[in-house]
Design a protein around this ligand. Structure first.
Ligand SMILES: Nc1ncnc2c1ncn2[C@@H]1O[C@H](COP(=O)(O)OP(=O)(O)OP(=O)(O)O)[C@@H](O)[C@H]1O
Length: 256
């Protein structure tokens, strides 16, 4: 399939520090790419540059061949870049159902006039209800988003992404801070999006088992540079990756 998202020599400097350094990479629909690397390698910064949260110092981000340089985060989201796990996406006082319904409403571009009709309201609520089933939050549909546990808020964010139906899904450590019971729901959802094979999925992930389970391709960032790119089995054996993961495990053991 043709390229959906591409970065060309994407670069950002913070003072004298080059956090992302000339990263050129192309992503295709139907592929889940895991972005791995040691702490501070530039993974989240790379995401921020792609989604427009952070302006680049150099290089370009292209979606379907079109440069996004002039577009801010909101325009990129409308254009098809869906990034989860910025809890700011949620409307805290609105119920779980209303959060999803609002995003569906925006996607269907149903104006206020149409929305007043009983049919369109019912249709949106039904579609929102389906999404709540998928994210296992149907029982919490009337709960304000702010009253949900952290794990449930993260599920709801995936629900908002499902409602947006972006072309590119960006997940930044989707199960971080989640309990053992909660994480599988999110991973299953990502696997289901992946199974449709029409979306481009980017995943920043520290957990090796998650990368091994989900990734079709792994790219490695180290000191802001793209240092490896390929099939998960081969890339995960590389020393820089082993050190990054072993380092994380040792650090976790020391902290325990
Ligand atoms: N807004 C900022 N201002 C200054 N330096 C920053 C800023 N954001 C990130 N950095 C620096 O850029 C480098 C890359 O950080 P980044 O968070 O992207 O790494 P990461 O690979 O996501 O790390 P981790 O795995 O620990 O989340 C780090 O040295 C970080 O301190």
């Amino acid at each position: 399939m043709s390229i959906s998202l591409e970065t060309r020599a994407l670069t950002v400097n913070f003072g004298g520090h080059v956090a992302v350094n000339q990263v050129s990479c192309a992503f295709r629909p139907g592929t889940l790419t895991a972005i791995v690397g040691p702490n501070g390698a530039g993974k989240t910064t790379y995401f921020n540059l792609i989604s427009g949260q952070l302006p680049a110092s150099g290089g370009e981000v292209l979606l379907n061949g079109e440069s996004l340089t002039r577009h801010g985060a909101a325009a990129r989201a409308r254009g098809g870049l869906g990034r989860a796990f910025q809890l700011t996406n949620l409307f805290p006082r609105l119920s779980v159902l209303e959060n999803v319904r609002l995003v569906l409403q925006a996607r269907h571009r149903t104006g206020l006039r149409l929305l007043t009709t009983w049919f369109s309201q019912r249709h949106l609520v039904e579609e929102a209800g389906d999404i709540l089933e998928q994210i296992s939050l149907a029982a919490r549909r009337d709960t304000p988003a702010s009253a949900l546990s952290h794990g449930d808020q993260r599920k709801l964010e995936v629900g908002l992404l499902l409602a947006m139906q972006p072309q590119v899904f960006m997940f930044d450590e989707p199960t971080a801070g989640m309990s053992h019971d909660e994480a599988p729901v999110i991973l299953e959802l990502i696997a289901r999006i992946q199974a449709r094979r029409d979306k481009t999925i980017l995943l920043v992930e520290h957990k090796m088992d998650v990368v091994e389970r989900l990734a079709d391709r792994v790219i490695v960032l180290n000191h802001g540079q793209l240092v490896a790119d390929g099939a998960p089995a081969a890339v995960m054996r590389l020393r820089v990756v082993q050190e990054a993961y072993l380092g994380a495990e040792v650090a976790a053991e020391e902290a325990a």
